[in-house]
Design a protein around this ligand. Structure first.
Ligand SMILES: [Zn+2]
Length: 290
């Protein structure tokens, strides 16, 4: 059996919420049950939205939840010194250059507003597809996704082209986009278990597509698990803008970590009554779902 390597990938662009906590606990449980290695990878590629208090919040909440990791930063200073994605921009550019050399990329100067007005679903309809020149100032770089591209991800068919169109790999702010950064880090860290919310099925398909373009076989051999999302009281997905549902706010209102463990227990079908500690949850946890 291969050694499991997984990661927690919070971004310091808002306070962690209950949905993040459930994702991290599920990942931790799967890795610990398998005797694998867990890495903390803080996704600060979007440096325009990174704030020091959000970075600090990640460490505070992980500590509160009792989540331990084997690789990655021990705190904010260590993160900036050794692990920030801002230190890896040359690596992301190199990956981008390789895809460009292979002829898969094109520059795009279309504004978000223009795309919205012509494509109400927000999926980019490929206006600039025929361009091949170098990007101009303030232009994004997109990848050509063949029409009809469908990927099988975690037991589901994901129509990548329909869901994401020719998605952005490099942003007009001259920053790497999430899909590229996440894939390159997973490749470099030899990650073979990725645990995400169901809202990221299309992202997983996008990254499988990119890995294939790049000629990589390792990524596709990984295990991908997409769990149901924790919904807010209105039935909608939690987001970082719902400040009231942040872990920090829940704690201020007296929510204990036990309640969070029980949310996880219910999600994986464990009777929550007997759960008092994270170890209790680990003992009853069935392992990586098949
Ligand atoms: Zn365009």
């Amino acid at each position: 059996m291969k050694m499991i390597r997984s990661r927690l990938a919070p971004s310091p662009s808002g306070r962690l919420h209950l949905g993040n906590a459930v994702n991290f606990l599920l990942t931790w449980l799967m890795v610990r049950k398998a005797g694998g290695t867990l890495r903390l990878r803080i996704d600060d590629a979007d440096c325009l939205r990174t704030k020091p208090e959000y970075l600090e919040d990640i460490f505070l909440q992980l500590d509160w939840l009792g989540i331990t990791w084997d690789e990655g930063p021990t705190g904010p200073d260590d993160f900036h010194r050794r692990f920030s994605q801002q230190l890896r921009l040359a690596r992301y550019r190199e990956f981008l250059a390789e895809l460009r050399r292979l002829g898969h990329l094109y520059p795009c100067g279309c504004s978000r507003r223009m795309i919205r007005s012509l494509a109400p679903d927000g999926v980019y309809p490929g206006f600039c597809r025929r361009r091949s020149a170098e990007p101009g100032e303030g232009e994004a770089i997109r990848v050509r996704v063949p029409e009809g591209s469908v990927f099988r991800v975690d037991g589901q068919e994901v129509p990548l082209c329909k869901a994401m169109g020719d998605f952005v790999l490099w942003r007009k702010e001259d920053l790497p986009a999430y899909q590229l950064v996440s894939l390159v880090d997973d490749l470099d860290d030899r990650i073979n278990l990725i645990v995400r919310g169901q809202d990221l099925l299309a992202s997983t398909a996008a990254q499988l597509f990119l890995a294939g373009l790049h000629g990589d076989n390792f990524f596709a051999g990984g295990v991908f698990r997409h769990h149901p999302l924790v919904l807010g009281e209105d039935g909608r997905k939690l987001s970082k803008s719902d400040g009231a549902l942040s872990l920090a706010a829940l704690r201020e209102r007296g929510c204990s970590r036990l309640e969070v463990y029980r949310v996880v227990a219910r999600q994986v079908g464990i009777e929550p009554d007997g759960i008092v500690t994270l170890e209790d949850l680990l003992l009853r946890f069935p392992g990586i779902p098949g």
